[in-house]
Design a protein around this ligand. Structure first.
Ligand code: RIB
Length: 306
């Protein structure tokens, strides 16, 4: 049976310009190729988890406009349960403008739209969904009150919480002490801990400081290098897979979606990280966030052949 995973978070439509290099302030760069794709950190993680084998319930908020309507149609095709995904009757859909350069690196600006109205009350209405989940997955692209409420409900019910602290911001210790698995990238780790990650020793120290704040397990994602994972029993650098990047947008989201499924299935931490690393590696070989979330068969095939 598929594990029930609740994702609380944002939904955007991404307007993507693949361009030779990222423009500097005041600069115009020609030769772009334009495309659109479903995005938003919450939706990317929800879709990645569904394709990786989860029964995903998505608590989110889309706009009253066509972008919102089309998003719901897309999520239904991925079998997301949308009972608590609300169409905001006053706000437009979240939109991200994304430049992607020839190396697959990106630069992103977001207009939150309806995501900005995902409040405590909306999350509270879905309390029974959270309470009956195998795991809850969250990010920080919706108001912090939505994250706090979901954490309160999940923690009271003993439901494990994965928090991907993106985009970066400082977090209260009350939040950190309820998190089972925290998955910051390097920038987010620096902002959460105040420690610059200039060496492996600094990475270890930063992870340790998060464990001391009460986080269960810390997985610091290090891009192509893989991850550093630490908890009270174990710590290790776990390498990723080498691929030629086309677009790294959403790779962290795909990692989290796949990780959530594997953890909810009861896999060991190292197995779950290997599965998530494979999903993330596959994702950077394709343009767009949700278009690059692979299905479980593809991830397992990649793992067998690498
Ligand atoms: O993490 C990638 C995502 O960040 C994009 O899909 C974009 O919508 C922004 O939310």
């Amino acid at each position: 049976m598929k594990p029930k995973i609740t994702v609380v978070g944002s939904s955007n439509v991404d307007l993507i310009l693949k361009i030779p290099r990222l423009p500097k302030p005041g600069e115009t760069v020609l030769e772009g190729e334009f495309s659109t794709a479903q995005g938003g950190k919450g939706a990317n993680q929800a879709v990645a988890a569904a394709r990786a084998g989860g029964d995903v319930h998505f608590i989110s908020r889309v706009g009253i406009d066509d972008l919102g309507k089309n998003s719901l149609t897309a999520y239904k095709k991925d079998n997301l349960n949308l009972d608590y995904c609300v169409t905001d009757d006053a706000a437009s859909n979240g939109v991200a403008l994304i430049f992607v350069n020839a190396k697959g690196e990106n630069s992103i600006g977001v207009a939150s739209g309806a995501n900005g109205n995902l409040d405590r009350k909306q999350v509270r209405k879905a309390a029974h969904v959270i309470e009956s989940s195998a795991l809850v997955l969250m990010q920080l692209e919706t108001p912090i009150e939505s994250v706090e409420e979901a954490i309160t409900i999940a923690a009271a019910a003993g439901v494990p919480i994965i928090l991907n602290p993106a985009p970066a911001r400082v977090l209260d210790d009350n939040i950190l002490r309820s998190v089972s698995i925290l998955t910051p990238n390097e920038t987010e780790t620096e902002i959460l801990t105040g420690i610059s990650l200039t060496s492996d020793e600094h990475i270890r120290r930063a992870a340790q400081s998060l464990l001391e704040k009460g986080v269960g397990t810390v997985i610091i994602t290090l891009g192509a290098r893989g991850v550093y994972a630490a908890n009270n029993d174990t710590n290790a650098f776990i390498p990723g897979f080498t691929v030629t990047p086309v677009d790294t947008t959403g790779a962290g989201d795909i990692f989290n979606g796949a990780l959530a499924v594997s953890v909810a299935e009861g896999k060991s931490l190292s197995e779950a990280i290997r599965f998530a690393n494979a999903a993330a590696a596959l994702s950077v070989t394709k343009l767009g966030a949700q278009p690059s979330a692979h299905h479980r068969d593809d991830i397992e095939h990649f793992l067998r052949t690498h």
